[in-house]
Structures are given as structure tokens and as C-alpha cells.
Ligand binder design. Structure first.
Ligand code: FAD
Length: 399
């Protein structure tokens, strides 16, 4: 049986980020096997996030903005976000960047195959794929093998469709992106558009919906077309690229580790429950993981009890939205109207101080939040479930 120091199962956002961070660390010579069923050669997603400094993938940031806009029916504002920048990385650029930087490294072996099983055997882990079994000291897994329990947790899908459009006349302000535009029919859900200009004639425009009703593809198209006609241009435009995605917004207690298997990315709980943002959080997690592994030999990163307060805020926010105790457009209007944007961005990155959190809390009507906050505080947490394959579960059907 072939033996590796680490096996990385799933080479998407988290798996490739981990490979990149390992290759920049004292662990760069470790023998690693990377397994993914896909070739990762299409532009299947666009990552946006904000950070203060240059990040680990600065070279491939496709566009970035220091000015953003927010719109709702009752409030509109343009604002500067310094010291933050809002950044966009295209999936295809990210996949190619990591693959090209690491393909020549003889200590990293790549296997395109479906992972069938991951099991801890004594002090080792064994991974089954392509009819073979591979052993390693640690497995870093980003595959979601078990369906998320949507019933006993707060859960909303964030489903979205986006178009890159090309307009004839100059229609966009390239230095300013629209973070959220709620000026569309809400249909009892939280629905907004965002507009990420590439230049004066091109932009990625996406409609995002927080709800548990995924729409037919044409329904997103209709919303996008109506928005473009109403707010961007009445002239003909061309759609040059499309993307669709569903991100689970949930406080499901993702298992962080199972013996020598460490879960990362969405499967490891790196997706922020109240917003769906994952990319920046996963970099933070993986950089910490690599640092700790290099220094102590142990990769499991444990947030402090104080840091866990953000999970409580997320659960509260999610519950307010899921139970429609307050409409999403109303909630974000309060937050943007009454707070400096940097405070809100810090909070949404789990970087705020307690005083800022109190200020944010006092900027929204107390009643719906207090009820949700207290219920979340008193809630009996679910026992942690495994994320590894179990008998009878077909991973290919996993969401
Ligand atoms: C379209 C889209 C846009 C997004 N935009 C943003 C954004 O703007 N900002 C943000 O912060 N987050 C965003 N997200 C959320 C999140 O950042 C991404 O989902 C991110 O890719 C998560 O990384 P991951 O490694 O957990 O999952 P993935 O990137 O999906 O990687 C999982 C990998 O596992 C592989 N795999 C699955 N099952 C098996 C199996 N049985 N055997 C072998 N391989 C398997 C898959 O092929 C895949 O490569 C977006 C998500 C989507 C879908």
C-alpha cells in the first residue's frame, strides 16, 4: 500500500488552498496525494471577499474595489471601505494558479478519481479511490459525504445565478461595485443583486436569494434581465458567461475532525452561516492549520470560547431570516444606514470587537433579535455527526 504524509481529498477551493499554503511552509517537502473526481479546468465560480492586506492569492485577484454601493427601496449609499478592499478571484484563475505552481513538485501526486471511503486504521488513515487503498498520517477532507441535516438546524440555501454581460455603451463605474441591491421584488424572501464591474462595458451581475426554494433557471434569468433593463441599460446587451451556485447557510454542527481526518472548507464548517462567505474564512483557517501543524505536528484548529460568540450571532441572524422575523432588505438597510461600513465588514469577517458588536445590535430593532438570540442561547445543540461515508450513503448524490 502506498503511504503518504498527507492525503487531500477534494481539490476545490479548500483542497487547492491547502496545497498552496503547504507549499509555502516548512512542510513543503511532505509527500502528499491529492484526489479529486473533477479536472478543475472550468470557470465554475467567482470568489469575492474583503480583506485589509494583500492576501495569499493577490497575484490572481482579477478585480478589486475600494468603493461599494448599497441600495434598498428606502436607502441608497456609496461608501469607501478602506482599509479593506473588496476582491474578486475567478475560479479558473485560482485552479490554474495552484495547479501550475505545484504540478512540477515531485512530492505531490495527483489522482483524478472518486473517493470511495476514508477510514482511520490504528495510527493511520486509509483512503479508497480508483480501486486502490492509500495510507497517510493525516487526511484533509473537503468532500461533504453526508447530507446536511436541514430539519434540526437553522438552514437557508443561498442560491444564485450570475451573468457576465457586455454592454454597447459605457454602463458601469469600474472603481465601484454594488455589494447589495434590494430594489427588486422580494417575494417574501431575501433577494438582492450584486454588480461587479470589470470595466465600463463589462460586469458580473448576480441575483442571490436566501430561501429554501431553488428556482427554475429561467426565473433567475428573468430577474437578471429585468434588473439590467431597469438599472443598467435599456440597450441590447450580450451575456458572455453564466454561473449558478447554491451555498448552504447553516449552523449545522460540522464535524471538524474524526481521528486523523481533518475536515476543511464547507465540509469543515468554513462557510459563514449568516452570509455564505467562505473563501476568506477558509484561508484564515488553513493558514492557521498549516502553521500549527508545522509547529506542533497537530493540525486541528480550535476556536477560542470567546471567538465562538460569532457562531451565536450567526445562528441568531439566520433564525431571524429563516423565520421571517424581519425581512432581509429591512435588516440590511438598518445595518448600512446606522453603521460605518467598516464596522459591518469587520463583524461579518468575525473580526469585530465586542463594543462594535453592541453598537451593531443596537442599530436594529431589538424584539425579533432578542427572541432569536435567547432561543439560540438556550438551544440544545445537536450531537456532532460524522462527515465520513457510511454504509448505504451514495456520495455522488451529496449536495
Ligand atoms: C458558484 C459559487 C460561487 C461562490 N462564490 C463565493 C464567493 O464569492 N465568496 C465566498 O466566500 N464563497 C463563495 N462560494 C462558497 C465557497 O467559497 C465555495 O463553495 C468554495 O468552493 C468551497 O470550497 P470547498 O473546497 O469547500 O468546496 P469545493 O470548492 O466545491 O471543493 C470540493 C471538491 O471535492 C470534489 N469532490 C466532491 N465529491 C468527491 C468525491 N466523492 N471524490 C473526489 N472528489 C470529490 C469536487 O470535485 C470539488 O473539487 C461560492 C460557491 C459557489 C458554488
Amino acid at each position: 500500500m502506498k503511504h503518504f504524509d498527507y492525503i487531500i481529498t477534494g481539490a476545490g477551493g479548500a483542497g487547492l488552498s491547502l496545497i498552496h499554503h503547504l507549499s509555502q511552509s516548512p512542510l513543503r517537502d511532505k509527500k502528499i496525494l491529492v484526489i479529486d473526481k473533477d479536472t478543475k479546468d472550468s470557470n465554475d465560480r467567482t470568489w469575492c471577499f474583503w480583506e485589509e492586506e494583500e492576501g495569499p492569492f493577490e497575484e490572481i485577484v482579477y478585480r478589486s474595489w475600494n468603493q461599494l454601493s448599497f441600495h434598498s427601496q428606502s436607502y441608497s449609499t456609496d461608501f469607501e471601505i478602506a482599509p479593506y478592499r473588496y476582491k474578486m478571484i475567478r475560479g479558473i484563475d485560482f485552479y490554474r494558479y495552484v495547479q501550475e505552481k505545484t504540478v512540477e513538485l515531485s512530492n505531490i501526486q495527483w489522482l483524478q478519481a472518486e473517493v470511495q471511503d476514508i477510514a482511520t486504521v490504528g495510527e493511520k488513515i486509509e483512503v479508497k479511490a480508483a480501486g486502490e487503498t492509500f495510507a497517510a498520517d493525516w487526511c484533509f477532507n473537503s468532500i461533504l459525504f453526508q447530507p446536511i441535516n436541514k430539519v434540526e438546524t437553522n438552514y437557508l440555501d443561498q442560491h444564485f445565478k450570475g451573468w457576465v454581460i457586455k454592454t454597447k455603451e459605457a454602463s458601469f463605474t469600474p472603481e465601484r461595485a454594488t455589494l447589495m441591491d434590494f430594489r427588486i421584488a422580494q417575494e417574501g424572501e431575501t433577494r438582492f443583486l450584486y454588480v461587479l464591474p470589470i470595466d465600463a462595458h463589462h460586469a458580473l451581475i448576480e441575483v442571490a436569494i436566501f430561501s429554501n426554494n431553488i428556482l427554475a433557471s429561467e426565473a433567475y434569468d428573468q430577474i437578471l434581465d429585468l434588473y439590467i433593463q431597469q438599472f443598467i441599460t435599456t440597450e441590447a446587451y450580450e451575456v458572455t458567461h453564466e454561473e449558478f451556485g447554491v451555498i448552504p447557510m447553516t449552523d449545522y454542527p460540522f464535524t471538524k475532525s474524526e481521528n486523523r481526518v481533518i475536515h476543511i472548507g464547507t465540509a469543515g464548517g468554513d462557510t459563514k452561516a449568516s452570509t455564505g462567505y467562505t473563501f476568506w474564512r477558509m484561508q484564515k483557517h488553513l493558514l492557521q492549520l498549516v502553521d500549527q501543524l508545522a509547529n506542533t505536528g497537530l493540525p486541528l484548529v480550535q476556536p477560542s470560547t470567546w471567538q465562538k460568540r460569532f457562531q451565536l450571532y450567526d445562528s441568531t441572524l439566520l433564525r431571524v431570516l429563516e423565520e421571517e422575523r424581519m425581512a432581509g432588505d429591512e435588516l440590511f438597510t438598518y445595518l448600512f444606514r446606522k453603521n460605518p461600513p467598516q464596522r459591518l465588514l469587520r463583524f461579518l469577517n468575525d473580526e469585530s470587537h465586542f463594543a462594535e458588536e453592541l453598537a451593531l445590535m443596537s442599530s436594529v430593532p431589538t424584539a425579533p433579535f432578542l427572541r432569536s438570540f435567547i432561543s439560540e442561547l438556550l438551544k440544545k445543540r445537536l450531537p456532532v455527526q460524522t462527515n465520513l461515508p457510511t454504509w448505504g450513503y451514495d456520495p455522488s448524490t451529496a449536495a
